[in-house]
Design a protein around this ligand. Structure first.
Ligand code: PMP
Length: 393
């Protein structure tokens, strides 16, 4: 195929996507007002699809920490940690993350995507075996694929499917890596980690859990789904991101295994990219402090999550299997979901449109993410916007 020929198919797909009036992948928030409000196309809009679970992007202490870091350390690091050195704050954040998860080792990456690529490509080599939840995030798939390991998918959150895969592997189960997420970000369901841990122990495997959407959200200390299910001690690698509840950008891996320290020497997505700028590290450190010091943020988040989930359910919408800060409404066909998403935006509510192949079970969803910063009134407005559109259908 000619080099540029392949874009024709992409252009056709985009045309179909724009059938509802606008391109859902290219929404511009012209003006950000707060963690939960902005203006889109000149309209005041409630942001209900940001993953800003604790609303910390506008937290005064986080902003002040970022501002101070820029003034004192400059706007960027201008290089990678291996070639150009780490700032003391990178290593401080690594220590703080490891302590937070009560694990001895921690490593920081420039994005959550790079954390998954960087950890997986270092851990896995051709000939190794991975068992990956079928609905795992693209960064987990990409990391496995780049490593050259043999990847077997098990059905999403299905422990018997995982066990069948383990049984079929025979001797290869020992040393194989099982990968799941904590909270899954499309329909807001949690992994059954207790059962998965039981299997990984029985078969002598290792376990990696991506807590990108669950950090700061689940558990008494806010560590995530492994904490709330009481199995944090049993997880070999916890990965996550700074771009959701921590309100910044970056990623991490923590582990009880000393070998994580050697990942630094062999992980190309760690070595060959610039380290996070000082302001990002500083605001992330402050956000982590807030997660520890302000459990009331989580309480408000869950109150809002309950409110939105129950409110949409009571309006007759088909919501996800459990209450979580990710509230997804299943609308079935994309011919229904696409105009629905457009009308929601026109009524001043920004949500995420999830369509196949990015959504599970070949259905289309309107995905909302709730924030501790949403007011009760804002949650009510989101419910009303959905309800009004239902009446018009
Ligand atoms: N893991 C999961 C489960 C995610 O949902 C995401 C981002 N949506 C990432 C990793 C990547 O994180 P980042 O956007 O910070 O690179």
């Amino acid at each position: 195929m000619a080099l540029l020929e392949k874009f024709k198919a992409t252009a056709t797909k985009i045309e179909q996507l724009c059938a509802g009036g606008r391109d859902p992948t290219q929404v511009v928030i012209d003006h950000i007002i707060s963690p939960t409000e902005g203006t889109v196309e000149g309209r005041h809009t409630i942001l209900a699809g940001t993953n800003n679970y604790l609303g910390l992007t506008f937290d005064p202490a986080c902003i002040e920490a970022g501002r101070k870091a820029i003034e004192e350390q400059g706007t960027g690091t201008t290089g990678s940690r291996m070639a150009n050195g780490s700032f003391a704050t990178h290593t401080a954040l690594e220590r703080e993350l490891a302590d937070f998860f009560q694990m001895p080792y921690g490593m920081v990456f420039s994005t959550g995507y790079a954390a998954n690529l960087g950890t997986l490509t270092a851990l896995l080599k051709p000939g190794d075996t991975v068992l990956l939840d079928a609905d795992a995030h693209a960064s987990l798939y990409d990391g496995c694929q780049m490593s050259g390991a043999d990847v077997f998918r098990f059905r999403h959150n299905d422990v018997s499917s995982l066990e069948k895969r383990l049984q079929r592997l025979g001797d290869r189960t020992k040393d194989c890596l099982v990968i799941t997420e904590g909270l899954y970000s499309v329909i807001g369901d949690c992994a059954p980690l207790v059962e998965i841990v039981e299997l990984k122990n029985r078969y002598g495997a290792y376990l990696m859990v991506d807590e990108a959407h669950s950090l700061g959200v689940y558990g008494e200390r806010g560590c995530g789904v492994a904490e709330v299910q009481g199995v944090m001690d049993e997880v070999d690698f916890i990965v996550g991101t700074f771009s959701k509840s921590l309100g910044a950008m970056g990623g991490f891996c923590v582990s009880p295994h000393a070998e994580l320290e050697l990942v630094r020497y062999v992980s190309r997505p760690f070595i060959f990219t610039a380290s996070s700028s000082p302001s990002i590290i500083a605001s992330t450190r402050e956000a982590l402090r807030q997660i520890k010091a302000r459990p009331e943020l989580r309480e408000t988040l869950w109150r809002n999550a309950n409110h939105l989930y129950e409110g949409l359910k009571n309006q007759g919408f088909e919501v996800g299997p459990e209450i979580s800060p990710v509230v997804a409404v299943r609308l079935g066909k994309k011919e229904v979901a696409l105009p629905f998403w457009n009308r929601l935006l026109e009524s001043g509510v920004y949500t995420n449109l999830m369509m196949p192949p990015a959504s599970p079970d070949r259905h289309s969803y309107i995905r909302c993410s709730v924030s501790a910063a949403h007011s009760e009134q804002q949650v009510e407005s989101v419910i009303n916007a959905f309800a009004n559109l239902k009446d018009q259908q």
